[in-house]
Structures are given as structure tokens and as C-alpha cells.
Design a protein around this ligand. Structure first.
Ligand code: UDP
Ligand code: MG
Length: 321
């Protein structure tokens, strides 16, 4: 008989968290074992240099429900989470930090809601991180991401989130996009809710992030917005900008031509002339960029047979695709 598959996969990114591992393992056991939930822990060591791997091996030796994935170097939290998703076998996947800031005792509440929702997002309402360097930027980031993507969440940055398997199967994460998973997943068509979770200050090891990530989050947000709204129709972004710029440039050119031919005005030294030329050149460039984008979209989808839609159900005869 084949091994019974776990219902729940915990995905834990680990980067230099040696002291936290044994405590985390104990907390996970205390939170889940009494509930009789069948689970596995996928711990992804993201190139730790502090003995985290040894600590993980000790857990694996004590509890075969632990699966260890060791990355060759430090690839970053997004990559570590992706590697965890790739190895997870559960019907529900829960991501969770290894540093004990998230509380495994919250997992059963998240899990219970995955019957009804595709994504259940933790919300560290009472977040225990420094205000100026962490909580304030995070407040602004959450507001901005919610506004721009239309997927409203109080706490994008909380790693403790639960996903139904279909969601993570369709996700492809690059760069630092783990903070945008709910927004990225919205492309699939998901139901989403959030629950307040417990948050604790870090006791061992140190945070891998600082204020420096604010600018990166804004750049990532531009990427996510573009992917969500225009990835399959780039001409509509670039083309629109291009048309606007070209039209404004032509209008300026026409105006100056009338001045010159109709009224004999000197236009050679006027800044407006340069603006007109600039607008036309930039506008044409934008349109061409949009067209190149359109070709890339076709190459991307057609060479790899990537769909531009996902089917939930079909009623009626199915055709083999
Ligand atoms: N992490 C990782 N790779 C990295 C940075 C962080 O796997 O390059 C892990 C880290 O070990 C922790 C989680 O991601 O389990 C969150 O990191 P951290 O606690 O430093 O972030 P913060 O809570 O300060 O936002
Ligand atoms: Mg942390």
C-alpha cells in the first residue's frame, strides 16, 4: 500500500535559525499532534552557515514527518518558499517563519478556514517589531499594495498563510515576490480571507531585512501590477503611453508649423520645438516597445503552451486539448 499523503504541508524557510529550530519543532508538535492532523514539515535550508542544517537533521532523525531541502547557497526567502512548495504534498500548504515570530498554535484556525477559502492570510495585528523601521513602512506598503492590486489585506508581509494546493501549484515566484503571493494568486481566481494571528519578538538570531526593502517593494509592486493587468496585452500600456506622447508631439509640431508658415515666426530656438520632437520620438518608441511586448507574449505562451486562462469546470462534452 502506498504511504498515506499528509493533509497539511508546513513550509518553513530557514536561514541561520539554528537556535530556533528545536523550539519550533516542539511548538509545531504541541500545536498539531493533539488535533490528530496528518502533516509534514518541509524545512528549506536557504544556505545557512550557522549549523541550522545540523539542527534540522536532528529533527528529521527524531520525526520522519520532517523533510529537509538544502539549497546550495542563500537564494532568498522567495526561492526557499518556492522550493518548499515544489516538495509539498499536502492538500493545504501553510508557510511559516522559522524564527518563532509566527505561532504554530494559530495553524489549526487557518487550516479550518481552508475548507471555505483558497487563501487564508495571517494578520499580525499586534506586531512585535520596531515601529519606525518595520511597522510604519509595512503599514504604508500594505495600504499601497491593496490599493494598486485591488486585493485588500492588512498584512501582506506575514509569512503565516494557508493555501489550498491548487493555488501554489499555479504560482511561479521570482525575486522577492513571496510578499505578493495573495495578489499574484488573484490571477487564478481565488477566495481570500484573513485571520488575526499571534506575533512575537525575535529571541534568537537576527532579522534578515531592514528599512532598505521599501524601495524594492515599490519596484516589485510595479511588476506585480503589470503582470496582473497587462502581461497578456502589453500594447495597452505602452501603446497608450506612446499614442498620448506622439499625439501631443504632433500637435506641438502642427502649432509651430502654423506659426512658421502662417506668421513667419522664428521657431528654431524655441524649447517647445524640442519638446515636440522628444514626445514624438519617445511616443514611437513606446508603441514599438508595446509591439515587441505583444510578440514576447505570443512566444511565451505558445512555445510553452502556457494558458492565458484557467478552467474551473466544463459542463458538456470535453475536447482533448
Ligand atoms: N529567510 C530565508 N532566506 C533569506 C532570508 C530569510 O529563508 O534569505 C527566512 C528566515 O530564516 C525566516 C524567514 O525567512 O524564517 C523570515 O525572515 P526574517 O525573520 O529575517 O524576516 P522578518 O520577520 O524580520 O521580516
Ligand atoms: Mg522574523
Amino acid at each position: 500500500m502506498s504511504e498515506r499523503l499528509p493533509i497539511l504541508s508546513l513550509v518553513v524557510p530557514v536561514y541561520n535559525e539554528a537556535e530556533n529550530i528545536p523550539l519550533l519543532a516542539g511548538e509545531i508538535r504541541r500545536a498539531l499532534d493533539p488535533q490528530g492532523i496528518s502533516y509534514e514539515v518541509i524545512a528549506v535550508d536557504d544556505g545557512s552557515t550557522d549549523g541550522s542544517w545540523k539542527a534540522l537533521e536532528a529533527e528529521r532523525a527524531a520525526d520522519p514527518r520532517w523533510t529537509l531541502v538544502g539549497l546550495r547557497r542563500n537564494f532568498g526567502q522567495t526561492a526557499a518558499i518556492s522550493a518548499g512548495f515544489d516538495h509539498a504534498r499536502g492538500e493545504v500548504v501553510v508557510t511559516l517563519d522559522a524564527d518563532l515570530q509566527n505561532d504554530p498554535a494559530d495553524i489549526p484556525r487557518l487550516l479550518a478556514l481552508t475548507g471555505e477559502y483558497d487563501v487564508v492570510s495571517g494578520w499580525r495585528r499586534n506586531r512585535r517589531d520596531p515601529f519606525l523601521s518595520r511597522r510604519l513602512p509595512s503599514l504604508l506598503a500594505n495600504w499601497l499594495i491593496s490599493k494598486v492590486t485591488g486585493i485588500r489585506l492588512h498584512d501582506y508581509g506575514c509569512t503565516l498563510k494557508a493555501y489550498r494546493r491548487e493555488v501554489v501549484e499555479h504560482l511561479r515566484l521570482y525575486g522577492d515576490l513571496h510578499r505578493f503571493i495573495p495578489a499574484m494568486a488573484s490571477w487564478i481566481g481565488i477566495t481570500l480571507t484573513e485571520v488575526e494571528t499571534h506575533h512575537r519578538p525575535r529571541r534568537f538570531g537576527r532579522s534578515k531585512y531592514g528599512i532598505g526593502r521599501t524601495a524594492r517593494v515599490i519596484l516589485d509592486l510595479i511588476t506585480v501590477k503589470f503582470l496582473l493587468s497587462f502581461a497578456s496585452k502589453p500594447i495597452q500600456v505602452f501603446g497608450l503611453l506612446g499614442l498620448g506622447a506622439t499625439a501631443a508631439g504632433l500637435f506641438i509640431g502642427l502649432y509651430l508649423t502654423i506659426l512658421k508658415l502662417g506668421f513667419g515666426a522664428q521657431i528654431g530656438g524655441r524649447p517647445l520645438l524640442f519638446l515636440g520632437i522628444l514626445l514624438i520620438v519617445v511616443g514611437v518608441q513606446f508603441i514599438v516597445m508595446g509591439l515587441l511586448g505583444e510578440m514576447l507574449v505570443r512566444i511565451y505562451h505558445e512555445t510553452q503552451r502556457k494558458p492565458i486562462y484557467l478552467v474551473k469546470r466544463v459542463v458538456g462534452p470535453m475536447r482533448e486539448l
